[in-house]
Design a binder for this molecule. Structure first.
Ligand code: COA
Length: 403
């Protein structure tokens, strides 16, 4: 029997701090009028100290699980689409998995820049359709403000922070994610970069060259985006055996209203059929599609039975689209207050459990150090079971881990 991957929960979170175009005009030589006219952006949310990609993702994930009415311990997998992870390691999805108390779930990050959420949705739905997993949380979360050069007016006015998430669940009932397509053209990789990585380790030189910040060739990306948005939407609609006229709502990556309007003209569909909320968030990269999806649901634009295309494009260059037959009436997902109380208690317990696990490991580490010191004091030789670095002393002639 065929398995289908349905979206059964959704949630979004944007940090409370709002930065308007006027605020930015005090920082770089720009104006509210320029930003509105050229991009459609009016304001964006920016993460404050103490807020990270993982914490934004946890808030969005909690809301999505609440709507799905799902115990986090029943999740099989957490995928976090992001290009601004908390760390290079550990992955952000594992931090979200821990924060949610999704104790049985596997977790990995997926980086396909602004196409990341659509890629992750496609991977998650594939896992369910293949029978590997039954419940998957797909998160798109970004702290773009942390990789911005706040002196570069051509990029810093465009981006914002936020997160969105959906719960995918398996069912024998036809519907849900009907078709997906993904694509990449790495020859355009240099058009949109955040250069920090193993080619550009963090050094005084890379910091001085600004390689750790986002850099973009805006005009080239604009040209690519208007073409690929229409093309990818057509492809996924064709894959599902439908026509553009069958599509009730298109949720495109939110980068620029001019890109969205040009794509509508190319596809010959009314502009109102493409949902747009970037005036309030700016470009939140992998978070933009789920943030727009949740806003569209809240605005009553999504009903059971609708055919919806989510389509992304971005750095890589990458692009992707998913066509979903929406199977749940958002009105049926208003759970009673006591249920929210149950979820709230679960999250508090998950936090306490995580704290105890960390404390337990810390105590174990301190205990083994104390035992090694005692061994050295009693025998005058390093403990044969101690980590090699401790037995051998400092690395001979090696600086910063380089040969
Ligand atoms: N305020 C005022 N002027 C600005 C400005 C700002 N924030 N940013 C750039 N300018 C200036 C430029 O310096 C340039 O001035 P010059 O002509 O004196 O050199 C002028 O505005 C025009 O710049 P240009 O780059 O041609 O503007 P544009 O119409 O192409 O718009 C973007 C710029 C970035 C808005 C547009 O190219 C874009 O949206 N690109 C796609 C970006 C995108 O989607 N990225 C994410 C992909 S996931």
């Amino acid at each position: 029997m065929s398995r289908y991957a349905h979206i059964t929960g959704w949630g979004a979170y944007a940090p409370p701090r709002v930065v308007t175009n006027d605020d930015l005009s005090h920082l770089v030589p720009t104006t509210d009028e320029w930003i509105r006219d050229r991009t459609g952006i009016v304001e964006r949310h920016i993460a404050d100290e103490g807020e990270y990609t993982s914490t934004l993702g946890i808030r969005a994930g909690q809301r999505a699980l609440e709507v799905a009415g799902l115990d986090p311990a029943k999740l099989d997998l957490v995928i976090c689409a992001t290009s601004t992870p908390d760390y290079l390691m550990p992955n952000t999805a594992s931090l979200i998995q821990d924060g949610l108390g999704a104790s049985r779930a596997a977790a990995f990050d997926l980086n396909a820049a602004c196409s990341g959420f659509v890629y992750a949705l496609s991977v998650g739905a594939g896992m369910i359709r293949s029978g590997t997993y039954d419940s998957v949380l797909v998160v798109g979360a970004e702290s773009m403000s942390r990789v911005m050069d706040w002196t570069d007016r051509s990029t810093c006015v465009l981006f914002g922070d936020g997160a969105g998430a959906v719960v995918l669940q398996g069912s024998d009932r036809p519907g849900g994610v009907l078709a997906c397509e993904m694509g990449s053209d790495g020859s355009g990789g240099d058009l949109l970069t955040v250069g920090l990585g193993t080619r550009n380790p963090m050094t005084q030189d890379t910091l001085a060259a600004g390689d750790t910040f986002l850099k973009m060739n805006g005009q080239q990306v604009f040209r690519f985006a208007t073409r690929i948005l229409a093309e990818s939407t057509r492809n996924v609609v064709g894959k599902a055996g439908l026509e553009l006229a069958d599509i009730d709502l298109i949720i495109p990556h939110q980068a620029n209203t001019r890109i969205i309007e040009a794509a509508a003209r190319k596809m010959d569909v009314p502009a109102e059929r493409l949902f747009c909320n970037l005036d309030r968030y700016g470009n939140t990269s992998a978070a933009s599609v789920p943030l727009a999806l949740v806003d569209a649901i809240d605005a009553g634009r999504v009903r059971a039975g609708d055919h919806i295309v989510m389509v992304g494009f971005g750095g890589g260059l990458t692009w992707g689209a998913c066509l979903v037959e929406w199977s749940i009436s958002p009105r049926d997902r208003a759970w009673p207050l006591w249920w929210r109380g149950v979820q709230w208690t679960r999250y508090r317990l998950a936090g306490a459990k995580s704290f105890l696990h960390r404390a337990d490991r810390r105590l174990a580490t301190i205990g083994s150090r104390v035992r090694r010191r005692e061994h050295e004091r009693d025998n005058g030789t390093p403990d044969a079971h101690a980590p090699r670095a401790e037995r051998n002393g400092p690395a001979n002639g090696r600086v910063n881990g380089r040969l």
